[in-house]
Ligand binder design. Structure first.
Ligand SMILES: CC(C)(COP(=O)(O)OP(=O)(O)OC[C@H]1O[C@@H](n2cnc3c(N)ncnc32)[C@H](O)[C@@H]1OP(=O)(O)O)[C@@H](O)C(=O)NCCC(=O)NCCS
Length: 221
């Protein structure tokens, strides 16, 4: 079967995903063609396509409005911020779009772990056994998620982050690059963990924590 992939978001994350999808399609039985991007911002201007390089196909950028999901179209969400993941995946889901789950061929996902629809496991990420990764959540390059951990929906786990075993992460959480979460901790929904932070205690919903050991610097009302 022929599948056309559309990357929702043509910014920095979209550029990354273009290359991850290009690697991934070689592992698929289907004939996967990368059609281009869906992005209202980039569709309306003369975007220099050189930025996207040569991935062997001619790519187009269309707006959410002009995107008409057909039976062979598959989508992947390419945004780093949880709010954008929700916003643009919802727009396309409401139009009937089907999303793929992208597990990069250089990543490791233990056989009994589950990655939900719209999830992206980036190059060299490691997902230990009995892990649950929620829908539209990205596990960044070289990040690791320890055994029995649960990661919610629409989360961004940035490059090199270390989520230890049994950690529970709520929905819409942003964990910065190289942050470390010690075993068994709970990170509430909507929380932000700053890059390089070492989290040694639970983080409540809506809190932003920074530093080593991390401290609460901001709390959503
Ligand atoms: C936590 C974070 C979201 C805060 O962003 P912000 O609200 O814009 O905060 P600011 O950059 O204005 O910094 C506020 C203060 O926190 C400090 N700070 C910011 N990030 C920090 C971090 N990761 N560790 C320690 N201190 C940090 C700043 O130095 C500043 O200190 P000051 O008030 O004494 O001047 C952001 O710094 C961060 O770490 N984001 C994650 C980025 C990332 O890893 N992205 C992945 C890219 S692929």
């Amino acid at each position: 079967m022929k599948l056309n992939i559309w990357i929702v978001g043509a910014g920095g994350a979209g550029l990354d995903i273009l290359y991850w999808v290009n690697d991934w399609r070689d592992t698929q039985d289907d004939n996967v063609v990368i059609s281009g991007f869906v992005d209202n911002k980039y569709a309306n201007k003369n975007t220099n396509m050189d930025r996207y390089g040569d991935t062997t196909q001619k790519l187009s950028i269309i707006s959410t409005k002009s995107s008409m999901p057909g039976a062979k179209d598959r989508y992947i969400c390419a945004f780093g911020f949880p709010k954008d993941k929700i916003r643009f995946s919802s727009v396309m889901l409401n139009k009937g779009a089907s999303f793929i789950t992208l597990v990069h061929p250089t990543s490791y996902v233990a056989g009994n772990s589950k990655i939900s629809i719209g999830g992206v496991i980036c190059p060299n990420a490691v997902i230990a056994p009995n892990v649950r990764v929620g829908k539209f959540t990205t596990i960044g390059i070289h990040a690791s998620v320890g055994h029995d951990a649960i990661i919610g929906n629409y989360c961004e786990i940035s490059p090199g982050a270390r989520i230890s075993g049994r950690v529970e992460v709520g929905d819409e959480v942003l964990i910065g690059s190289n942050a470390v979460i010690l075993p068994g901790l709970k990170i509430g929904s909507g929380a932000v963990v700053g890059a390089g932070s070492v989290v040694i205690a639970d983080v409540k919903s809506g809190e932003t924590v920074l530093g080593n050991p991390s401290k609460v610097v901001w709390r959503k009302k």
